[in-house]
Design a protein around this ligand. Structure first.
Ligand SMILES: [Zn+2]
Length: 388
């Protein structure tokens, strides 16, 4: 499929989003995700979702336990309100800004009724988050990662000594620099890496800007970090943001890093999972859904030619989503509307892509499935097993 790029002026985009958001809110087929998020405990599975749920349940039938390695939880009162401009210019913020542990529990019961689901959780990494309050709440969870406080890294370092903390979440939105200039080293200063190494904790890393882990700057950081801080486990969010078969060639180079893992959240490309099974193996892959974002009807599509997304620039793998966002082009919205009868919750889309990849490699064994679903996370974080 080829889409013609079209860049609107910012003001026109704002109007378009406002109008279409209202329409989407009342659309009986695809209510907006913000509407749905309030309803998450009572998620309504459509006929297509139920069919997908059957496929997913059958594939997971041998797995009693799942460990979801990437979840955001936060109380609504633990962040300042996000301005309309911010909501329109950040894909994640346009969809959800808070989500409680209780809501998460109800969501798992609805989407994975046959499994016990454990979760590695961290706050929402927005500038507006009140970091110390959000971290206080996260510490009430079983398996918490704290959020970095870039203004007070010494407080972050102190908190990393808490034995309950498994790791640290960092993110580009917390860095006070233009989006395209942000590097990993801006997201996590050396003094924090030193403490992570000393305390043997993990780093949840969403590589910055529109890059994936294969970008030479990201690989150079990774090489150096693995060398200098050998006790730090590095979890690359969203399969290192690899979206195509071409991107996924980098997995060959990642296998040499003993402590580098990928989380499956938000990746909906069977080819990427196939490469990961072949190059990294399930012992380096952690099942993850990025809730509450994994509860939106959304998936990445791979186009024949890149399109020029406002803010991101040329992109071959845009997200099509029930929610509108500022750098969505009208062409993408139309593509979404056409595809929506076959678009289910993103968490299920992730699993469908994994199942398809597994079939492509001739089916993965129950032991491999067990590693992907929970074993890899339990191996990296023994406390997850102990607390069962
Ligand atoms: Zn996330």
């Amino acid at each position: 499929m080829v889409l013609k790029p079209r860049v609107d002026s910012g003001a026109r985009r704002v109007d378009a989003v406002r109008d279409s958001r209202e329409t989407a809110f009342y659309d009986p087929i695809c209510p907006s995700i913000r509407y749905e998020l309030r309803k998450i405990p009572r998620i309504d599975l459509r006929e297509y979702d139920r069919k997908v749920q059957e496929v997913v349940s059958e594939w997971l039938a041998t797995q009693k336990k799942l460990t979801d390695a990437h979840v955001h939880v936060q109380l609504p009162e633990d962040h300042a309100p996000l301005s309309e401009d911010r909501m329109l210019n950040t894909f994640a913020a346009s969809q959800a800004q808070d989500f409680t542990l209780q809501e998460l529990g109800m969501l798992y019961k609805r989407l994975f009724p046959d499994q016990v689901v454990d979760a590695i959780v961290f706050p929402f990494p927005f500038k507006e988050t009140y970091v110390s309050r959000a971290n206080e709440y996260i510490l009430t969870a079983k398996h918490p990662f704290i959020l970095i406080d870039l203004k007070h890294p010494e407080e972050t370092c102190e908190l990393l000594h808490n034995p309950k903390v498994l790791g640290l979440k960092v993110y580009s939105d917390l860095v006070d620099k233009p989006f395209k200039e942000i590097q990993i080293s801006d997201m996590v200063p050396e003094c924090v890496m030193e403490t992570l190494n000393k305390t043997r904790k993990a780093l949840m890393l969403h590589v910055p800007g529109s890059t994936n882990v294969g970008d030479p700057r990201n690989m150079a950081w990774l090489e150096s970090a693995c060398d200098t801080y050998p006790n730090v486990k590095i979890l690359l969010a969203h399969m290192g943001r690899c979206a195509t078969k071409e991107d996924a060639k980098i997995f060959e180079q990642l296998r040499k890093f003993k402590n580098v893992y990928v989380d499956t959240s938000y990746c909906t490309s069977p080819e990427v999972f196939q490469s990961a099974f072949e190059s990294l193996g399930a012992e380096k892959m952690m099942l993850a859904f990025d809730f509450p974002y994994g509860a939106s009807r959304a998936k990445e599509v791979v186009l024949d030619k890149p399109i020029n997304l406002p803010r991101y620039g040329p992109t071959i793998n845009p997200i099509i989503s029930v929610e509108h966002y500022s750098y969505e082009l009208p062409e993408l919205r139309q593509y979404y509307l056409r595809e929506r009868p076959q678009i289910t919750y993103n968490a299920y889309e992730v699993l469908l892509a994994i199942i398809s990849a597994s079939n492509e490699v001739g089916g993965i064994s129950d032991a491999e499935k067990g590693k992907l679903c929970s074993g890899t996370a339990e191996h990296a974080f023994p406390s997850i097993r102990k607390m069962d």
